[in-house]
Design a protein around this ligand. Structure first.
Ligand SMILES: Cc1ncc(COP(=O)(O)O)c(C=O)c1O
Length: 454
């Protein structure tokens, strides 16, 4: 098994010195998964301030489907820097904002005429989707899911599920957010088994309307097509058609939060397309721009146009450099067929990961769609007890050996893959070698400890 050659141990001396300054100057609340400071990055490779080369399986939390510094994206941003950097679309409009909206109206799933709003972050986009849904339906309530993540601002946090570290201590949250279980078959909240459950979790929404919140009070159901922070959980095929039918029956809008799933990650431009999810509004951010902050809400024109002039927007919303980057990203995904590449990468991972699953007790489930793949780690396959500490150790072993990974899951026991889709086969294999060694290291340490305690 090959390993990534490193110049220093990780974190190296320069990273350690910077970490001291960071600890003195930066709030502890701004967590980072890897104690390594970056010098430069290209494609799927990061070079740290000690000259170590690391492979990136995190992509800045799923923002880099087109890779670090994709040449056409950088060129588009450079051209914009030489023209103007900011006017605020609310003061002086510019063509690139319009062009991004035209393009998203064309490619976002859902029939009929569409319109788009640009903002800065995923959280801001989910907040705006709620504003628009409430304005259109004139109803107050939002139904969100267990294990959902929609951002860190107050309404987004109210719709987010995981308590620590996202919500605890920040109460109270905005009202009129109701929560139902997601189609998390590996840990079904109803202790049922798919397919005999006949997606009870989706059908149970009708019961929620009787016992928790009246259907006629619900403006929208907001859902991540595949859970992102919640652990890359992919619902079974019947889930979204069933959910969609119930929403339509009651005049409730369906908001798809494609912030993490969007832009080729799942082997289609949007995960909705692969999962039979027909949304009224789609929320996007992250990989839309290849590394600049910008987010969008796209949806049916009659819904999107409910708020009147001046009711939506923001000072930096739809920044000109970010708009140019987005146009270049969308062109690159199509030209380089990154959707097909996502499927190839996903297959390459699954082939190897399914061997890990049969070899090690620690690997409870391998799941995902396209290149949105994950491993759920458990202490025992029988009990499915979440292996949170072991997951942390796997991730630490990875960065110490040159692979940047991030974890996920309500129980912090999922390793997720968000590598740039431009990663080469050789880099992908190198990265999987490290991940395999990390799992072997932690699994063997665990079995040695349990042998000693017998
Ligand atoms: C599905 C989903 N929605 C919303 C957000 C929030 O996006 P941002 O961090 O840009 O506010 C995230 C971020 O991880 C996300 O994964």
């Amino acid at each position: 098994m090959s390993t990534i050659q490193l110049r220093t141990s990780i974190p190296g001396p320069n990273s350690q010195a910077l970490m001291k300054r960071r600890n003195a100057a930066v709030v502890q609340g701004a967590y980072h998964a890897t104690p390594v400071f970056v010098d430069k990055a290209e494609g799927a490779v990061i070079v740290d301030v000690d000259g170590n080369r690391l492979i990136d399986f995190a992509g800045g939390i799923g923002c880099l489907n087109t890779g670090h510094r994709a040449p056409n994206v950088i060129a588009a941003i450079r051209r914009q820097l030489d023209r103007f950097l900011h006017t605020s679309f609310n003061v002086l409009p510019y063509e690139s904002y319009v062009a991004v909206c035209e393009k998203l109206n064309e490619i976002v799933p859902g029939g009929g005429p569409k319109k788009t709003l640009l903002v800065n972050t995923g959280a801001e986009a989910t907040e705006n989707a709620v504003k628009i849904a409430r304005a259109y339906t004139k109803r107050p309530a939002i139904v969100a899911f267990e294990d959902a993540f929609h951002g860190r601002t107050y309404m987004a946090m109210a719709m987010t599920s995981k308590t620590h570290p996202y919500k605890a201590g920040f109460e109270p949250f905005p009202s009129e957010v109701y929560r139902i279980p997601y189609a998390y078959c590996y840990r079904c909240s109803y202790s049922m088994t798919y397919p005999s459950c006949e997606v009870f979790c989706a059908r149970h929404l009708e019961d929620t309307f009787k016992r928790v919140v009246a259907a006629e009070a619900v403006a929208a159901v907001i859902v991540e097509p595949i859970l992102g922070e919640g652990g890359f959980v992919t619902p079974p095929p019947e889930f979204y058609p069933t959910l969609g039918d119930i929403c339509r029956k009651h005049g409730i809008l369906l908001i798809a939060d494609e912030v993490q799933t969007g832009f080729a990650r799942t082997g289609a431009m949007f995960a909705c397309e692969r999962l039979g999810l027909g949304p009224d509004l789609v929320v996007m951010a992250k990989s839309l721009t290849g590394g600049l902050p910008m987010a969008a809400v796209t949806g049916r024109a009659d819904i999107m146009d409910t708020p009147g002039s001046g009711q939506l927007g923001g000072t930096f919303a739809g920044n000109p450099a970010a708009c140019e980057a987005a146009l270049a990203v969308l062109e690159m995904i199509e030209k380089e067929d990154l959707c097909a590449r996502a499927n190839v990468l996903g297959e390459r991972f699954r082939k190897r990961a399914s061997k890990w699953q049969s070899e090690w007790e620690l690997v409870g489930e391998v799941r995902g769609l396209g290149a949105m793949q994950a491993l759920e780690l458990v202490r025992s396959k029988a009990t499915r007890q979440p292996a949170d500490e072991e997951t942390r150790q796997v991730s630490q072993y990875c960065y110490e050996h040159g692979l940047v990974t991030i974890t996920a899951g309500s129980y912090s026991n999922v390793i997720r893959l968000l590598m740039p889709l431009v990663i080469t086969d050789a880099q992908m294999d190198e990265a999987m070698d490290v991940l395999e060694a990390a799992i072997a290291h932690v699994a063997e340490k665990k079995s040695m400890l349990s042998a000693q305690s017998v």
